[in-house]
Design a protein around this ligand. Structure first.
Ligand SMILES: NC(=O)c1ccc[n+]([C@@H]2O[C@H](COP(=O)([O-])OP(=O)(O)OC[C@H]3O[C@@H](n4cnc5c(N)ncnc54)[C@H](O)[C@@H]3O)[C@@H](O)[C@H]2O)c1
Length: 331
């Protein structure tokens, strides 16, 4: 199968591209705008064709989609904190970009997978969301993701587009940009920087190893029913504070580095997904949180070539704006 993987230079998209090219023999074309979060280095070991462009640009999409059998859309602005500070790029990429891709898939009669998130359902105190739960997003990030999901659903319903939506829980693993909780804490612990925990740190997340998510998206691509959404939840829940404590233990860093900082505005307390529907397609998570976290810490420890240019670049200014303090200089 020839796949157009949009946003394939990002964390989950590059993992998906790697698995599909290596294990399924797919031809992979990556279309990516290379925002601060997009890194061609993440595709060094992936056999692919790269097209530099934005999903909201019909000409770039038209060039990249040539000969494709299916489109898988990972491209998005993905950081909740950035969506609170500067929402405009979120609206452009999630809404206009998804629209341009849907039109291109519709014109050519292609199968389409929209990669989405548990955050579209909002927070849940107890129990888990199913695919039929109402969408109650809380941040500009999750609201624009929910808007894109609704647009995808309308293309399946109105035009008969073979579109499926795959909603993952909090993903973690190698190649994740260090603004996100786990790589942020791992790199700060390895450098002796403070580990900034929002509020009381009791925000509970359902942790999904990135390869499990990528395989789930593959199941939805191959076997998903058109017009359906599929939740892909991780096997374990863990509050953020406990995640940070485990990272301190795995890196051997001091508990004194842990520092509570003011909470994110509108911060959701708990996300939880029921993944029964994707299980009917034969998917199961393979990596428990303890094992995945250990693998992730080891990967960051061994792959400074990947994160050093990030940590010494624009990320430093972002970090200072966000947390009101500087990172230690690179050693
Ligand atoms: N990270 C998670 O925990 C998680 C969980 C569930 C769902 N998701 C969803 O999975 C998808 C991928 O997330 P990620 O964590 O890999 O994100 P990421 O931020 O690591 O990567 C996003 C990629 O999209 C590219 N991109 C951004 N805007 C673009 C545009 N307009 N045109 C083309 N490319 C563009 C970036 O350059 C980057 O390569 C997103 O849609 C996200 O909403 C993420």
């Amino acid at each position: 199968m020839r796949l157009l993987v949009c946003g394939g230079a990002g964390f989950i998209g590059s993992t998906f591209a790697r698995i599909r090219a290596r294990d399924h023999g797919d031809e992979v074309v990556v279309l990516d705008k290379l925002t601060y979060a997009g890194r061609r280095e993440s595709l060094n070991d992936v056999d692919h064709v790269f097209v530099h462009g934005a999903i909201e640009d019909p000409a770039a999409v038209g060039a990249a989609i040539e000969g494709a059998d299916a489109v898988v859309n990972f491209a998005a602005e993905t950081h909740v904190d950035r969506s609170i500070a500067e929402p405009d790029a979120f609206v452009r990429t999630q809404m206009q970009g998804t629209y341009v891709l849907l039109e291109a898939a519709r014109e050519r009669g292609l199968r389409y997978v929209q990669v989405s998130t548990d955050e579209v359902y909002g927070s849940i105190q107890a129990g888990s969301f199913t695919e039929d739960s109402p969408l109650r997003p809380s941040s500009p990030y999750s609201a624009t993701k929910a808007g894109a999901d609704l647009l995808v659903g309308s293309y399946a319903h109105t035009y008969g587009l073979e579109a499926v939506i795959c909603r993952g829980s909090n993903a973690y693993g190698p190649y994740q940009y260090p603004e996100k909780l786990i790589p942020l804490m791992v790199l700060n612990a390895l450098h002796g920087d403070a580990l900034p925990v929002y509020g009381d740190g009791m925000q509970v997340r359902n942790w999904l190893y990135v390869e499990d998510f990528a395989r789930g998206i593959g199941h939805a691509l191959e076997r998903g029913a058109p017009g359906e959404a599929y939740n892909v939840g991780g096997p374990d829940e863990c509050p953020n504070l406990e995640v940070v404590r485990r990272i301190l233990a795995l890196t051997g860093a001091s508990e004194d580095l842990l520092e509570h900082v003011p909470d994110r505005p509108g911060h959701d307390r708990r996300y939880s997904l029921s993944s029964e529907r994707i299980r009917t397609l034969g998917w199961e998570p393979r990596v428990r949180f303890a094992e995945g976290l250990e693998r992730t810490v080891t990967w960051y420890r061994d792959n400074a070539w990947w994160w050093e240019p990030i940590r010494s670049g624009e990320y430093r200014a972002y970090y200072e704006r966000q947390y009101g303090r500087a990172l230690r200089p690179a050693s």
